[in-house]
Design a protein around this ligand. Structure first.
Ligand code: ZN
Length: 419
């Protein structure tokens, strides 16, 4: 297991942790929690705030009472409907005095049930990208609770509406999650998440700076953190399915050789099988005494870049290895681009800053498995232009030998650096 002990640092590239979330929304309540976190805090400088402090309290309340281990409101709705189908809503059982009055304006709609939640989700899902979502008719300001199943996982969901009729929602569709941060897209859809609690999707009507519809979804365990977001964006068809080659996937979004910036270095540096003769890994001369061959490819990366499994497989190693730093090995069947045959091989990712998979975990092609970094090669911190993901394909793993490397280019496509 290799989870970071400093979540503030480790998660600054991916998600808000609970304390950051609370601090942004309610700074007074978290005085003293930000020791050493200033950098992480400034990273999010203002751009995440769509919900006010009161909403955050409401969401926390709904989460506490409506998550996978506590279905208080979902159960209450079922009971109310069984007892008396005329009951229109249930008051929030909210104990905090200060916000009681405000919170009491919100009601859990008994009309809400798994089917209503599903109807709203299906409507969003059914709208095509860039088009208007059909009018959503909801009851007055209220919260709908229910459960929604994706890929066998049942998510407790709360849907908040500020209006009875929502009519001008534009369906955003993007190729990558990062595109949702573009200004044009943020006018229509924004996503906020806490590291361990919930994910919120906020939908805006045209020219309305306040979201008209909010979907709150529980996030699951540490290994599903990244997946929860992707699952939901895929389910709502916000994320266009990534067009993947049937034979290979990529370890990074952009797989380009890490060429070195020293000018005279050849663009062939850092390829598989070249020979290092000095610390700059120049591959020009192969027969210098003391050379160490380079067994993988170095792919351009920045610290924190997402790394992905290139094929379905099982994680067979997670840990630290001298020179490689934090690394992952995944045993998988890889299709050789040239012979078109599948081979049982280890894919190996090194110098990671963060690992999000566990030993023996099954992974699928395209799964997020960790983030690029400089571990095992910390000298790269002083050479930011040379930071990379070291990627290898290995036939035999320890204890048998950790030998018999393959040329990764037989299995994945790598971009040549631009000259
Ligand atoms: Zn390397």
């Amino acid at each position: 297991m290799d989870y970071p002990t400093t979540p503030a640092l480790a998660d600054r590239y991916t998600a808000l942790i609970k304390t950051q979330w609370d601090h942004i929304h309610n700074p007074q309540s978290t005085t003293g929690l930000f020791d050493g976190m200033e950098e992480g805090a400034s990273f999010f400088d203002g751009s995440w705030i769509i919900l006010d402090e009161k909403h955050t309290r409401l969401f926390n309340h709904m989460f506490s009472n409506n998550n996978s281990t506590n279905h208080t409101y979902i159960d209450k709705v079922d009971k109310a409907k069984a007892r008396n189908s005329e009951v229109k809503y249930i008051d929030l059982n909210y104990s905090e005095k200060e916000y009681k009055e405000w919170v009491n304006q919100w009601k859990v709609r008994t009309a809400s049930s798994d089917e209503v939640v599903e109807r709203i989700i299906l409507k969003i899902k059914g709208a095509s990208g860039g088009k208007k979502i059909d009018t959503l008719n909801l009851a007055t300001k209220g919260i709908y609770v229910g459960k929604f199943k994706i890929d066998g996982v049942e998510f407790p969901v709360a849907i908040y509406s500020e209006k009875s009729t929502i009519s001008n929602l534009k369906k955003v569709q993007v190729a990558e999650i990062s595109d949702l941060e573009k200004e044009e897209n943020r006018k229509h859809l924004r996503i906020e998440e806490t590291n361990i609690k919930y994910l919120i999707l906020a939908f805006y009507e045209d020219n309305n700076p306040v979201p008209s519809l909010l979907i709150q979804v529980e996030k699951f365990g540490i290994d599903l953190i990244e997946k929860t977001k992707v699952l939901w964006l895929n389910e709502l068809k916000v994320l266009k399915r990534i067009v993947r080659s049937p034979t290979y996937m990529l370890p990074l979004r952009n797989n380009e050789y890490r060429g070195y910036s020293s000018g005279y270095r050849k663009p062939t540096s850092a390829t598989y099988g070249c020979t290092r003769y000095n610390k700059n890994y120049d591959c020009d001369k192969n027969e210098v005494y003391g050379d160490k061959p380079h067994h993988g490819v170095d792919l351009k990366a920045e610290i924190g870049d997402s790394c992905f499994a290139v094929a379905d497989g099982v994680v067979t190693f997670v840990g630290n290895i001298n020179g490689y730093g934090k690394c992952i090995a995944i045993l998988c069947d890889l299709k050789n681009k040239f012979t078109d045959k599948e081979e049982k091989l280890y894919t190996f990712y090194a110098h990671l800053s963060r690992i999000t998979v566990k030993h023996k975990q099954k992974v699928e092609k395209g799964d997020f498995i960790g983030e690029a970094g400089v571990t095992g090669a910390e000298f790269l911190l002083s050479r930011p232009n040379e930071i990379h993901l070291h990627f290898e394909i290995i036939e035999r793993w320890w204890p048998k030998g950790f030998t018999d490397r393959k040329d990764p280019e037989n299995y994945i496509n790598i971009l040549k650096p631009k000259n």
